[in-house]
Write a protein that binds this ligand. Structure first.
Ligand code: GLA
Length: 406
């Protein structure tokens, strides 16, 4: 275990102690029994590398302070009974009869499904979930839930807790193959494997992760929730983008213009783009241009972090936003406006939409001395143009998921 993770693990008892105690108290009140394990997994914000994970590209998320906590206890039968504190909802299913219910319980069923595929003879469990990750905001509330549930369930099973990487892989498998969101690994890997104070560069082909820190002072991180909500599972537009990438790659393979070293969109570089003109339909050409330039931006962003080059961070983010707006076409007027307004404010280093888009949030890097002025100015200017309430969230860069026996 890395020193950073040890610190975070030790911190679970203290800093998360209050939330765990509250969830455990509710659990005892409801069941008359004490929970045996607690797991905690954060939401994430993606700094750069958007819509590149499902074509095996590069991404650079970091964990946010907002977390999902699960306390659980093994049952002697095969039922799973869950209570979501924030929603004040109870839901259940039987492990031998998994079927999507179009509800948050599907993420738990997904974990059961994926562990079942691996031959794990899971027990039923009773659990309480408490989450501060906003839903429908593009901050990976579902990945935080899946990762925390997986960690807690494996710990209840009793044959070892598994590793954070395994939690991520299982939660991803459940979300993509049971819930049916054809997403990449970005969210679950960020939630499970992030290190405190570091962004996480993930190579979505090799699945190698590399923590990357800001040299010098770390910029403050502001997340602006536009109030336009979206749900990935119901979001045909996300699937359409995944599909377009598959189609574009099939057309490129048919044309056979690149050598065998190009095994997917991920292997194309900016210099290859002119060869694609005329080969792909205009919309597909734009999608591929986004993927290729965005992978390059992840590399540039990491270099700028290491060089403490805030000007380059800002310009890479701005180019990313333009690419998401014009080439990938996943932005909405509210997100464009947030970026445009924020980038005009003194002390804002850079802005872009974060997550899948189609609503949700923008992320802004802010010079730490300007926190007090940026938030109210952004709020006021946004509210002059749009009616729905803007929610501003300052976050630190947190660590990944942890699990402990109570
Ligand atoms: C959602 C998906 C991720 C990723 C992002 C876009 O968050 O769950 O896998 O594709 O959108 O970068």
């Amino acid at each position: 275990m890395s020193p950073a993770r040890e610190v975070e693990q030790a911190g679970l008892r203290s800093s998360r102690g209050v939330e765990i105690a509250a969830a455990a108290a509710e659990f005892r009140h409801r069941t008359g029994l004490s929970p045996e394990v607690a797991a905690c997994a954060p939401g994430r914000v993606n700094l750069i590398g958007e819509h590149t994970d499902y074509t095996e590209g590069l991404v650079l998320p970091c964990a946010i302070d907002h977390k999902t906590i699960v306390v659980a206890r093994k049952r002697s039968d095969r039922r799973v009974i869950a209570h979501a504190l924030d929603l004040n909802e109870r839901a259940e299913f039987v492990l031998d009869d998994l079927r999507p219910q179009a509800s948050w319980i599907d993420y738990l069923q997904g974990v059961g499904f994926a562990l079942g595929e691996q031959g794990v003879d899971l027990p039923g469990i009773e659990l309480t979930v408490s989450s501060e990750v906003p839903q429908g905001a593009g901050l990976s509330s579902s990945a935080a839930l899946g990762v925390a549930v997986c960690a807690a369930w494996l710990a209840c099973w009793g044959e070892g807790r598994g590793t954070p990487r395994r939690w991520a892989e299982i939660a991803h498998r459940g979300e993509s193959h049971f819930v049916g969101v054809g997403c990449g690994i970005l969210d679950q890997f960020a939630s499970a494997l992030s290190e405190p104070g570091h962004a996480l560069r993930i190579d979505c082909r090799s699945r190698e992760v590399q923590p990357v820190a800001f040299a010098g002072e770390t910029p403050a991180l502001l997340i602006a929730h536009s109030g336009v909500t979206r749900a990935l599972a119901a979001d045909g537009a996300y699937h359409e983008r995944v599909q377009e990438c598959t189609e574009a790659w099939a057309a490129i393979q048919r044309a056979n213009v690149f050598g065998s070293g190009v095994r997917g969109l991920r292997d194309l570089v900016v210099d290859d783009l002119p060869a694609l003109e005329g080969l792909l339909a205009p919309a597909l050409n734009r999608r591929v241009r986004h993927i290729v330039t965005e992978n390059h931006r992840v590399v540039q962003f990491c270099e700028a972090m290491r060089a403490q080059d805030w000007a380059s961070l800002g310009s890479v983010m701005a180019q990313g936003q333009v690419s998401l707006r014009d080439d990938y076409e996943v932005s909405v007027p509210e997100l464009d406006a947030l970026c445009e307004i924020a980038d005009g404010l003194p002390g804002v280093i850079g802005s872009r939409l974060t997550g899948a888009g189609f609503g949700g949030c923008t992320v802004h890097l802010v010079e730490p001395g300007n926190r007090e002025t940026v938030a109210p100015a952004l709020q006021a200017a946004f509210q002059r143009r749009f009616e729905h309430p803007l929610r501003l969230i300052w976050t630190g860069i947190g660590g990944g998921a942890v699990c402990e026996t109570l």
